[in-house]
Each structure stands twice: as C-alpha cells, then as structure tokens.
Design a protein around this ligand. Structure first.
Ligand code: CA
Length: 230
C-alpha cells in the first residue's frame, strides 16, 4: 500500500505538517491543503487514493466536502474531529467517511487507521464487490463471464480492454490518469509505453461508442485522463 497518494485537508499548519511527516515516513505520497475550496479544486482534477479530512475548515467545511466527494468517488476518507463534536462524528460517518480520529490524536494512530481502512477497502475490492456485474442504459458488463453487451449485442474485447472498461465503469464519472490506468490495468509495469492507454481507449471507443469520434461513454478529460460517463 506504500506509494498511495493521500490528500490531507487540514487548516492547522502544525498538525498538517506532523501528519504529513508520519505518512511520508510510512511510505505514502502526501499533499496537504488548508481549506475546503482548495481541496475541491484538486479533487475535481484527480481523486487521490485516500483523504484525511478535518471537519472544521474555512471556506467549505469537511462534512459538506465529504458529501460532495461521495457523489463523485468511493475514495476512502478518515475524518478528523475535535473532541466536543460528537454530532459531527456521527454526521461524518453518515456522509460516508470510513473512519474518524478525535483530536488530539497520535500521528502514529492515524497512520494505523489509514492502513486498516486501506486493508478493509482492498479486501472489499478483491472480494465479492469486485465481481459485481454493472448495468447501464446501453451497456452491461459481467466480470465473471467477461461478457460485454452494447445495445444488447455482445462485443469482443481483449483482456486489457475489458479490464480498463470495467475499472472505469465501476467508478462512473471518476477521472483516472494514464498512470493510474497503467498501474491498475497493467500492474504498473514500468516498461509499458504510456501511449498504450491511448491506444486501448481508442479501440474501446471503436467497440462501445456509436460514433467513436464523438464519444459519449468513454470521455477524455483534457490534461488529466479518462472517465466513464454512464
Ligand atoms: Ca480545523
């Protein structure tokens, strides 16, 4: 799980700093922002692998931000709350946070919680959850039989085309960068040409789009990557 990217949204600089330090030492890549608005700008471009979210934030508070993020992504979130905010802790979990820590907390405890959530999420994804069939208006994807229906007719996909389509479609509207796709579809093999992703996207479009030159399902997000639009 090392190398995963964590976004810290925390307006207390000293706390953000110490948490960043511990997470970096644990092998994570860390980015910290100090208000909710800044966090939204970053999250609109790219969803990290993990978010640590303070509740009391300037601009946009952590609860609203969590709800906003949940509409877009199932990225794991740990909320950071002050001791007196019990109501917020419950609200945070209801908004879809995976866990919370209460201030003051030990940074080491936070690192352990992050790891625990990642293990849990990893299990979910490698278990039954990863095998769920997806059904959209004009496209159905069954990971067990690896059959894809477009407008009710079966189409032939290569193994990697299927893996990429399934990954994108499992996270509708979530933008994946080329690097993320390389890592998750090709196992991050470093010798793979990043252009491979572009080629696979083009072939997929030829197979699933009614007009591959005007894609409606597999969209390019300029300068960032690709997303599946249900
Ligand atoms: Ca705060």
């Amino acid at each position: 799980m090392s190398g995963k990217r964590i976004l810290i949204v925390e307006d207390e600089p000293s706390l953000a700093e110490v948490v960043s330090l511990y997470l970096k030492r644990a092998g994570f890549q860390v980015q910290a922002v100090s208000d909710g608005r800044q966090a939204m700008v970053i999250l609109e471009k790219q969803i990290p692998d993990f978010v640590i979210m303070d509740i009391m934030l300037p601009e946009v508070d952590g609860l609203s931000l969590t709800r906003w993020l949940r509409d877009r992504s199932d990225v794991p979130i740990i909320m950071v709350t002050a001791r007196r905010e019990e109501v917020d802790r419950i609200a945070g979990l209801e908004m879809g946070a995976d866990d919370y820590v209460v201030k003051p907390f030990s940074p080491q405890e936070l690192v352990s919680r992050v790891r625990a959530v990642l293990r849990r999420v990893g299990r979910d994804q490698s278990g039954a959850e990863s095998d769920r069939a997806l059904s959209f208006e004009s496209i159905q994807i069954d990971p067990l039989t690896r059959v894809v229906l477009v407008n009710k007719s079966e189409i032939e996909l290569t193994a990697k085309e299927f893996d990429m389509l399934y990954l994108l479609a499992r996270h509708p509207k979530q933008v994946f960068t080329r690097d993320q796709l390389l890592e998750r579809v090709w196992g991050g093999a470093e010798y793979i040409d990043p252009g491979t992703v572009t080629v696979h996207v083009r072939r997929l479009r030829e197979k699933i789009e009614s007009d591959p030159s005007k894609p409606e399902k597999l969209l390019t997000v300029w300068g960032v990557g690709y997303k599946f639009e249900p």
